[in-house]
Design a protein around this ligand. Structure first.
Ligand code: FAD
Ligand code: PYC
Length: 417
């Protein structure tokens, strides 16, 4: 919740925000950006691209504490789908799936979008009922999700075991054929190159340490490890760290950060034609174009900013995968890694304006924001340019945690999140 109040104004007046313009050292450049975006992941770079392309706003800087796409954009398991339960989410994620279809052409950069289909396995009566509910809800929203029998699951994914004696036997699945995968870091590179070509500045290795405000409370710019940068508007898209950055502007976000881990196997010839997710065993798997099996876990069970995560969880995930795909039990792991995901109480994103004039936020995508990248970036740019949310992101406002109008997508992924 925002702590923006007469008290915080007073506090800011006493602190460094008081004489922002007077404080500005002569040695600092006087340039003022129209928009500074904090975070050069797919969401931040994408927002810069759409600001330039669709709104003609090119006096923009995207600032990252590390390298392009070095956050979750380059760490995720690349699953793209829109089979979410609630109308608000389904429409936003489907907007993204629409944009994914020709993103490579749009950016003139091959993001390797592959609509190979996502199959979510049901292993219990509860799963069957829950997924069938999702299928019906999706179809009402015009989203291609359908219920498939165990035999159809096997046709879609031949390595799947239908052993009835398995601890989690397959009782059917929900299949979204238009869903799929993309090359994750290419998304950051593609948006970066296309945004830069339109005049956007991209500044790497430059942590933003504080958001600065004018004495009247509105945004004035950012303080970074390399100096102050003036901006009329600041947009924060710093997954895993958004609450830390926003707190410097006296805006508190209802977020917790957790490690989320993934791994790849040694590369093998093409064997896995789709994406499979299993809620019950908390694992998901696909095969990259390089041949590696890409496997992911649920979040670690403790909050942390570690980009590594704990080993026992990976063991549990691999055991789960080998149970539904026994044919993979002799394969070796090539590498594993983690990312920091920020999670809201209702497992839906926060995307919109904040109580501070000129300050916008796009965060809380938790375990599922890669698939949203083009759609979220597109509506975030609209929100920043117009100082009004797009109709697709209007429900994802910060105010919902005050009014109670939550968008509860706790069952949205095969991930404990
Ligand atoms: P990021 O790519 O994380 O970008 C944020 C950037 O902000 C980072 O580059 C970071 O360095 C920068 N930053 C942070 N603090 C500061 C600061 N103070 N100053 C300057 N810069 C800062 N989603 C899916 O849809 N499908 C999946 O299959 C999937 N699998 C996942 C698997 C794993 C292991 C992980 C970790 C995540 C997964 N996700 C998945 C979630 C998805 O990766 C994220 O939701 C999404 O990539 C977020 O994109 P972003 O651009 O907002 O964030
Ligand atoms: O949201 O589809 C998803 C997902 C898969 C793995 C992590 N998130």
């Amino acid at each position: 919740m925002s702590k923006f109040s007469a008290w915080s104004l007073f506090k800011n007046a006493l602190s460094g925000n008081k004489n922002w313009d007077e404080q500005w050292p002569d040695s600092e450049p006087k340039k003022e950006y129209d928009v500074v975006i904090v975070g050069a992941g797919g969401h931040g770079l994408g927002a810069a691209y759409y600001l330039a392309k669709e709104h003609g706003i090119t006096n923009v800087a995207v600032i990252d504490k590390g390298w392009l796409g070095g956050g979750n954009t380059g760490r995720n398991t690349t699953i793209i789908r829109s089979n979410y339960l609630y109308d608000e989410s389904a429409l936003l994620y489907d907007h993204a799936v629409d944009l994914w279809q020709d993103l490579s052409q749009e950016l003139n950069y091959n993001v390797m979008y592959s609509n190979r289909g996502v199959l979510m396995l049901a292993h219990s009566v509860h799963d069957v009922q829950s997924f069938q509910r999702h299928v019906h809800a999706n179809r009402l929203n015009g989203i291609d999700n359908r219920w498939v029998t165990p035999e159809e699951c096997k046709e879609i994914c031949p390595p799947l075991s239908l052993n009835p004696d398995a601890r989690y036997p397959v009782m059917g699945g929900a299949f979204q054929a238009r869903a799929g995968t993309a090359r994750h870091d290419a998304v950051a590179w593609g948006y970066a190159r296309a945004a830069a070509a339109r005049g956007v500045d991209i500044i790497q290795n430059c942590p933003v340490t504080a958001i600065k405000r004018h004495p009247n409370g509105s945004v004035a710019g950012v303080e970074t490890a390399k100096g102050l940068i003036k901006a009329k508007k600041v947009a924060v898209s710093a997954a895993g760290h958004s609450s830390v950055v926003m707190q410097t502007a006296d805006v508190q976000l209802p977020l917790e950060s957790f490690p989320l881990q993934a791994l790849v196997s040694e590369p093998v010839k093409p064997i896995f034609p789709c994406v499979v997710m299993s809620n019950a065993v908390h694992a998901y798997i696909s095969q990259s174009d390089k041949g590696e099996l890409v496997i992911g876990s649920g979040t670690d069970q403790y909050t942390s900013y570690s980009q590594r995560g704990g080993l026992p969880l990976i063991e549990h995930t691999v055991a789960a995968i080998c149970e539904i795909f026994p044919t993979f039990s002799r394969m070796r792991m090539l590498r594993k890694w983690g990312g920091i995901v920020d999670v809201t109480p209702d497992r839906s994103a926060i995307l919109g304006k904040t109580p501070v004039d000129g300050l916008y936020v796009n965060c809380g995508w938790g375990t599922g924001g890669f698939k949203a990248t083009p759609g979220a970036a597109h509506v975030f740019a609209h929100t920043i340019a117009n100082d009004e949310p797009h109709k697709l992101n209007a429900p994802f406002n910060l105010d919902r945690f005050r009014t109670g109008r939550l968008i509860d997508e706790a069952a949205a992924a095969a991930v404990a999140h």
